[in-house]
Design a protein around this ligand. Structure first.
Ligand code: F6R
Length: 609
């Protein structure tokens, strides 16, 4: 996720662009840049790091011009660096482009353009767009953009300016947001509404495959063939602060709602388009040698460790390989036994967690190869890993991890399934069934979110409970761990997770009328066992919420409340069954008058040991 902005009007563009980018920093903050068109031609300035570094860079110079585009980046292709920052230009430096999204066929286009003599400067997917526009430019920038759109695949919100075609900005979108602000004597574009509000509350929402051409005094719209369209403005009522969270009260709620999109992005690039619907991990450099491992060792901290616990069950189920999963802060102080045929999977949203990095370096010293699953391109973990699989979740701002977790699960499943195929423990038919189920998950996650009021109602009755226990078996136990963590970290409720079979070995002594028990029940073969556990805690006075499939009636008589999720294959249920718990934790936090985005004593990235 990146943020793009554009301005054309009577005022100076630079301060407008910088101000607008400040409002979009939540979308990405690893580098930023602007391109301004004035009497001196096109001036491009960019800098790695937070926006303030760009501001420092341009503080001592005056960049004159009344139109321009800008970008705040969250790296996907190419590490954060000055050169990979946007805007990108064609060879002559006369055409500048900013982009939010992923050009999926960039590698092919790059080779093709190189064959036509183009020398690339950056490692980004975006640079191909600037060169393609130049390639198709025949005196009309709009036509060159239309021709370029015919050749690019993937998701994009693009803004383009050219020295040869001054006095207009061309903007286009597909699967990435773009809003046009209609001002007086000025028009703007932005990835989201907040940057526009200082200028206007009249906006056009650009739809997929629509093109906007912004002039100082009006905006024209076209479809991707160049046929003229008419669009109406929408009046925005939002206050500025709400707008920065996309209308959500908190970043956490916004990020919970971003899961369908994040899951789609994480999955899409890894599913082959060949008829057999295979998993394609070539982009991360994964080959058959990885599956020759004798053992998989997974290490991580917190939520990422919970993704690892799901991973253990998934690897055992699909790939029949021994798996060890350990908390990084434990692993690094143990005296673990390394085997040259072990492979490590290190999971970290930030890629900077001190204990996780220490465990990773220890494994490296022991001669192990490892795959990193991380959300941050260019993070220390990504730089030091043998292979990197990115979770394309976009920046996660809220301290409590949500979309990073579900996308980590998606990555873990893809690796486990590919292992299974390569090791011959999963046949093509089973693999195809799993892929088909994974492909449905983003939409199903949307369906879970559509029922969020049910969780909200349940939370409004239970939020004052002082004790909450989550229980489940196998994959549901892993999700119980993550659910309990979510609730405790943002609502400060004392919550714990138990493997349901362990209750009678001690924890049941804690259960009384003041206890909420959430039973996660998606492992069909163990429903009767879970039913007995539910009856045991109910007999001690607990209130029981069951999370199970929408078409399942097994628990109708035992539960006090049931939250239903769409049916999927039992081993894949964690991606869906965690969402009700994320929502429950969120609502409890808000009902207790807390700020779920800023829980006490916690930081987003734990870079201390
Ligand atoms: C909980 C949470 C933390 C992190 C943990 C590891 O919601 O976010 O438990 O999962 O601090 O962080 P990363 O994944 O950045 O290594």
């Amino acid at each position: 996720m990146c943020g793009i902005v554009g301005y054309i009007g009577d005022g100076e563009a630079t301060p407008v662009l910088i101000n607008a980018l400040k409002k979009l920093e939540y979308r990405g903050y690893d580098s930023a840049g602007i391109a301004v068109l004035g009497n001196e031609g096109l001036v491009v300035r960019k800098a790695k790091g937070a926006l303030k570094f760009l501001e420092q860079k341009i503080a001592s110079e005056i960049i004159k011009g009344t139109m321009g585009i800008g970008h705040t980046r969250w790296a996907t292709h190419g590490e954060p660096s000055d050169i990979n920052s946007h805007p990108h230009t064609d060879v002559s430096g006369k055409i500048a482009v900013v982009h939010n999204g992923i050009i999926e066929n960039h590698a092919k286009l790059r080779t093709w353009l190189e064959g036509h003599g183009v020398a690339f400067r950056s490692q980004t997917d975006t640079e191909v767009v600037a060169h393609l526009i130049d390639f198709h430019y025949n005196g009309d920038l709009l036509q060159a953009v239309i021709e370029t759109l015919k050749r690019i695949e993937g998701s994009y919100a693009l803004a383009v300016i050219s020295e040869n075609d001054p006095d207009r900005i061309i903007a286009v979108r597909k699967d990435s947001p773009l809003v046009i602000g209609a001002g007086r004597g000025e028009n703007l574009i932005a990835s989201d509404v907040p940057p526009l509000l200082e200028h206007t509350r009249e906006v056009y929402y650009l739809c997929d495959r629509e093109i906007a051409v912004l002039y100082r005094d009006h905006v024209d719209f076209f479809d991707e063939e160049g046929t003229s369209l008419s669009k109406k403005t929408v009046h925005v009522e939002w206050d500025v602060e709400a707008a920065e969270k996309g209308g959500y009260e908190h970043f956490m709620l916004k990020e919970i709602h971003e899961q369908p999109k994040a899951l789609t992005d994480t999955l899409r690039a890894r599913i082959g388009t060949a008829g057999d619907r295979s998993i394609n991990l070539e982009e991360i450099g994964f080959d058959a040698s990885w599956a020759e491992a004798n053992r998989v060792v997974i290490t991580a901290c917190g939520t990422a460790w919970h993704a690892g616990v799901v991973g253990k069950y998934a690897f055992e189920r699909f790939a029949r390989i021994p798996v060890e999963v350990d908390i990084a802060s434990e692993y690094r102080y143990r005296n673990p036994i390394f085997n040259p045929k072990d492979i490590f999977i290190i999971i970290s949203q930030s890629g900077e967690t001190a204990d996780t990095l220490a465990a990773m370096r220890m494994a490296k010293k022991g001669g192990a190869r490892f795959i990193a699953i991380t959300n941050v391109v260019g993070s220390t973990l990504a730089r030091e890993a043998d292979l990197v699989m990115y979770t394309w979740a976009g920046p996660e701002i809220a301290v409590a991890s949500t979309k990073a977790f579900t996308t980590q699960l998606m990555c873990v499943y893809l690796i486990a399934l590919q292992f299974g195929l390569l090791r011959g423990t999963l046949d093509r038919e089973e693999l195809a069934a799993c892929i088909a189920a994974l492909e449905k998950i983003p939409e199903q996650a949307g369906a879970v979110l559509a029922n969020k009021e049910e969780i909200q109602r349940f939370a409004s009755r239970q939020f004052n409970k002082t004790k909450a226990f989550f229980m489940g078996r196998l994959f549901d136990y892993a999700i119980s761990l993550e659910s309990a963590l979510k609730l405790k970290e943002i609502s400060y409720t004392h919550s714990e997770a138990f493997a349901a079979g362990e209750l009678k070995h001690g924890p049941i002594a804690l259960v009384d009328e003041s206890t909420l028990v959430v039973a996660i029940c998606t492992q069909t073969a163990l429903f009767d066992k879970m039913d007995s556990n539910i009856k045991e805690v109910k007999a001690r006075g607990a209130t029981v919420l069951v999370i199970t499939y929408e078409d399942e009636s097994y628990f109708d008589r035992t539960a006090d409340g049931i939250f239903r999720i769409p049916r999927t294959l039992d081993p894949l249920s964690p991606i869906l069954s965690i969402i009700p718990s994320q929502l429950y934790a969120y609502y409890c936090s808000v009902l207790r008058g807390l700020d779920p985005d800023k829980p006490r004593n916690l930081a987003k990235s734990v870079t201390v040991e």
